[in-house]
Design a binder for this molecule. Sequence first.
Ligand SMILES: Cc1cc2nc3c(=O)[nH]c(=O)nc-3n(C[C@H](O)[C@H](O)[C@H](O)COP(=O)(O)OP(=O)(O)OC[C@H]3O[C@@H](n4cnc5c(N)ncnc54)[C@H](O)[C@@H]3O)c2cc1C
Length: 433
Amino acid sequence: MFSRLAARLWRARARRTACHGKYAMSALAKGERLNKSWTFIMAVTCDILIVGGGVMGTSIAWHLAKRRCGRVMLLEKSYLGAGSSGKSGAIVRQHYSNRLTASMAQKSLRVYEQFDAVVGGPPVFTRSGMVLIVNEKDKAGVEANVKMQQELGIDVRAIPAQALADIDPNARLKEDEIAVFEAEAGYVESVQVVASYAESARREGADIRLGVEVQKIVTKGNKILGVETNEGRYDAGTVILATGPWAAQLGKDIGVELPVQACRTQVALYRRPADFGRRTAVYCDFVQGIYFKPTHGEMIHAGSLAGEEAQNPVDPDDYNEAADGAWLPGIRQRLSRRLPAMHRSYGRGGFGALYAITPDWHPIMDRLPGLDGAYCAIGFSGHGFKMAPIVGQLMAEMIVDGKAATLDISALRYSRFADNDPVTTPFSYGVMG
Ligand SMILES: Cc1cc2nc3c(=O)[nH]c(=O)nc-3n(C[C@H](O)[C@H](O)[C@H](O)COP(=O)(O)OP(=O)(O)OC[C@H]3O[C@@H](n4cnc5c(N)ncnc54)[C@H](O)[C@@H]3O)c2cc1C
């Protein structure tokens, strides 16, 4: 019998969920014991369920919740930002070699610049400017990119060595090197961005649950019914995968191949010498094959641009999170060629992190094929943080309005690989898109 005590407990549990406290013999709290003889198991029901609490999942949650499009829930298997997002360099620049990604970065920058006012929480953006350096052989490519970016209204220009010295007295430029300066660029505080998106999404009514791992997507015919988790069943007519480096796993069970590989990347940290002077800009240095940026305190965060481990997928739940001792000195050497004062920097180790890489190093933002109500925003390939604001907006448009309208993102569709129509970059300097 359904005792009064049990009924009270059940109602209380139902109230704690933002979703319907729909009673069903499946599982929210599988095994939750309400009295000695009865075990009541509830499925949580919501309208839209996001899997993954990185910057993409939380941005999508905030945009959807703001649009009052039903009950929005986000499930994260560990903690917010536990994947790529919490370790990101989070450089925000608009320098891309195709219009779509440059426009995505441009629209997102406008949000990051006034994140506290638009989303909430403290300000997150530091404007440092970005210097991009290429070899003479890439002259035509970089000029074409700069022209395209200027047409979009981006403040970017080639600069001579003297102008670079004015921007960053520590920097050196050789005669056969070309420097381009993007004045509006900078970086954001990645952990705070994720936290603020989540906090604001909650304020708008989204239910964000941590420690809930989605183990399986449940379908019937071509319809999404919900997901199975370590906490039991969650019913939802719409499911969005924002699962970063873990993306391929959930697709497999429902017969959808998601071409996203989890690959390790490394970051080196150096404390600047005491006489370094003012903070440096952000750099994408294609001559030295590294990027670097100021980070907390007097530190510089540096990493390789080459995607050195992109051919060696790893298990995202079991990879080396420490930096390789043998890798660190080489990065310092290359960094010191650009900023000679860094010869005297203090090595502070580094860490290993994950990229979620697609075959063309661009994300997939689309419906999943053959399944009503299934979407993905995955595969941001080491350069997605800067785009998270517009990603959330576009995914909300796709889900609520039926089409992403702010920008035409058909180039990022799932089928492009099967269509042999990947996003390409005409120039030899690589990951910039
Ligand atoms: C070292 C480094 C430097 C970078 N530098 C830059 C940069 O300078 N500029 C830039 O724009 N981008 C940069 N990036 C890339 C950027 O950080 C990523 O593109 C972005 O963070 C991806 O966010 P995401 O939400 O897609 O993935 P993630 O942050 O990985 O989030 C995915 C989340 O899903 C959760 N999850 C996975 N599976 C499940 C499941 N089954 N159930 C529940 N939860 C699940 C995970 O726990 C994780 O929290 C960098 C990345 C790294 C690693």
